[in-house]
Design a protein. Structure first.
Length: 609
């Protein structure tokens, strides 16, 4: 048996330094503050406290309430990110109480975690630890950004440079979060906060710190108080230094920074303002948090709008996504969860998304995402516009009516030519039974598919096959001799078959894809299916489809083209959702071969859809 390695003396020294440095800093600051207080008339501080007007107390109390309302939102966002199901109101109260107790009693994350454990007994210790870590990290990161922007901008003379540098840094940080939503940490992918959540965290940090600064500012003497912008920057600096110390409420470092940075304010008056501030911002919230701790939460989940999601799959590109179904008043649609958006995807003939819009928005908000609708029909686009959503045309949908379909006519001469080539190569097409689909398609699944120029919804839609996704239940295979050379998969519905994808093995004969689709159309006609969708193409490609090889397969069937739309609640949400769909599609395109692993690519039977 191998011996358990013992920490070296250097490791023990580093650990002791890491734990002891904050405490040592706090103790040194307390000693310096006590030396400073020897020159201050403490009786004068008491007298000044009695002269504080009721209006000042009321304003400070109001600013404290605003600040703690913002503090509680950190927990609301973290609960949504983790999907705990805790109601937003309870999350807000729990977060505010945990912070109030931690800042008054000291102990930082340990005290905050203990409070959350007391108030939310339904969560596991691991969830409590992750929740506390997420909120603490979110606040410290946002505070660093706000302080780094405000202090140099206000307290130095490089206003023009900093005014340009701050937005540039924010844009770069947002781009990093957007492009790498699930970086690997400690060997595992870690899902970052979405951009809407990051923006909310930055906003509530501003509200929190401005409210706290205002609660202190109102107690300063009018004749000597600095301008609000300068004081806010000084407060941020004092708060940042105080958080490095291990003293309760940052006692010591906070006062020393304010005394050093505000020499124009008399020491006695400044210290009396700080005492009044600590009574309002520290003592009262701590008493309230203690009262809340006597009434722990007994449970209650956030009502689920969406069906419980499958375990999210993270592909080799680091993109996390899962697919679920949304149901309301007999209407249902697939919802793709991406890092920034919850995108509702409907088929070509699936109307009635209006009842789903409020639910989609509510669920997207409950997950720190923006809601969006992808490839919706004109009637659904009109419903979205009436609901106040922003709508843009994005694609044209190729639709065939199987009952009246014929290969005759000049418009389908290219189709006849392709079918002749397939027949000359000995290509035979037949439907693959659901029970044998996985084994029959394994050969193509392990071979990188060639682009046949007709990938249906799979080419344009982000709703690709992933573990846990709804799988197409209708599959046709093309054989050359005993070798399966191509297949076409469709999502089946009594009213419509929708092409999901076509895959071809290396060396597949020309015309095999056309033969697959032509056979599927004839089979749909035999089963009285009124519509067969060949998928959608972007508008710019639709106009040039006759010149673009990629859309030759669509065009040679002479389909009817129907406009499709992209919608979101606002222009900003529309842009973010569109970029998120684009990023997801391109990240998976880079690892296309990984998506043909049929160990995870199992087709559901038609009765399951």
């Amino acid at each position: 048996m191998s011996e358990i390695s013992q920490p070296t003396s250097a490791q023990r020294a580093r650990g002791l330094l890491r734990r002891g440095l904050p405490l040592g800093l706090g103790l040194v600051c307390l000693w310096l503050l006590s030396s400073r207080l020897q020159t201050v008339d403490l009786a004068a501080i008491g007298v000044l406290l009695t002269e504080v007007s009721p209006l000042q107390w009321a304003i400070a109390l109001g600013m404290t309430v605003i600040s703690f309302q913002a503090i509680g939102q950190f927990d609301v966002i973290a609960h949504r990110h983790m999907g705990t199901g805790v109601a937003p109101r309870r999350a807000l109260v729990t977060g505010a109480a945990a912070t109030a107790m931690a800042q008054a009693a000291g102990g930082g994350l340990l005290t905050a975690g203990a409070m959350r454990w007391r108030l939310l007994p339904g969560l596991t210790p691991g969830q409590i630890a992750r929740l506390t870590g997420l909120t603490g990290l979110a606040f410290l990161t946002a505070l660093a950004l706000v302080t780094g922007a405000a202090v140099p901008l206000v307290l130095t003379g490089v206003h023009a440079f900093w005014a340009l540098a701050v937005p540039v840094c924010l844009v770069l940080a947002a781009a990093a979060v957007f492009l790498h939503p699930s970086p690997r940490l400690f060997g595992r992918p870690q899902r970052l906060f979405s951009l809407p959540a990051c923006a909310a965290i930055l906003g509530i940090t501003l509200i929190d710190t401005m409210g706290a600064a205002a609660a202190l500012y109102v107690f300063l003497p009018v004749v000597s108080r600095p301008d609000p912008a300068t004081f806010y920057a000084v407060y941020l600096l004092a708060l940042g230094v105080a958080m490095l110390a291990a003293t309760p409420g940052g006692l010591g470092p906070f006062e020393l920074i304010l005394l050093a940075a505000l020499p124009a304010v008399p020491e006695a008056e400044l210290l009396s303002a700080i005492v009044a501030f600590r009574l309002v911002y520290y003592a009262l919230p701590a008493l309230w948090a203690g009262w809340i701790a006597l009434r722990p939460y007994k449970g209650g989940d956030l009502p689920q709008v969406l069906a419980p999601p499958t375990t999210p799959s993270v592909d080799p590109a680091g993109t996390e996504a899962s697919a679920v179904w949304l149901h309301k008043d007999g209407q249902s649609a697939a919802v793709l969860r991406l890092p920034q958006t919850a995108c509702l995807i409907v088929g070509a003939d699936h109307g009635g998304v209006a009842p789903l819009l409020p639910l989609l928005r509510a669920q997207a908000r409950a997950e720190n995402r923006v809601a969006s609708l992808w490839k919706i029909a004109p009637r659904d686009a009109r419903a979205a516009r009436r609901a106040g959503w922003r709508v843009l045309p994005v694609a044209d949908h190729a639709v065939i009516a199987p009952q009246g379909f014929s290969t005759a006519g000049p418009a389908r001469s290219g189709l006849r030519h392709a079918l002749q080539k397939a027949e000359a190569a000995g290509v035979r097409v037949r439907r693959i039974d659901p029970g044998t689909q996985g084994a029959a398609l394994a050969a193509i699944g392990t071979t990188p598919a060639q682009d046949c120029g007709c990938d249906g919804d799979h080419a344009l839609s982000p709703f690709h096959q992933r573990p846990g996704d709804a799988a197409p239940g209708i599959v046709f295979g093309a054989w050359q001799g005993d070798r399966l050379v191509a297949f076409a998969a469709f999502h089946g519905h009594p009213r419509e078959w929708a092409l999901d994808r076509i895959a071809r093995a290396e060396g597949c004969p020309e015309g095999a894809a056309h033969a697959l689709l032509e056979t599927a159309i004839r089979q749909a006609a035999a089963e009285d299916v009124p519509r067969l969708s060949l998928g959608a193409v972007p508008l710019r490609w639709r106009r040039a489809r006759t010149r673009n090889r990629r859309h030759g397969c669509h065009a040679c069937f002479a389909p009817r083209w129907e406009r499709r739309y992209f919608a979101a609640p606002g222009w900003a949400a529309l842009v973010l959702a569109g970029l998120d769909l684009w990023r997801d599609a391109h990240s998976r395109k880079d690892v296309k071969a990984a998506h043909h692993d049929h160990a995870d690519y199992e087709f559901a039977s038609q009765s399951q859809l």
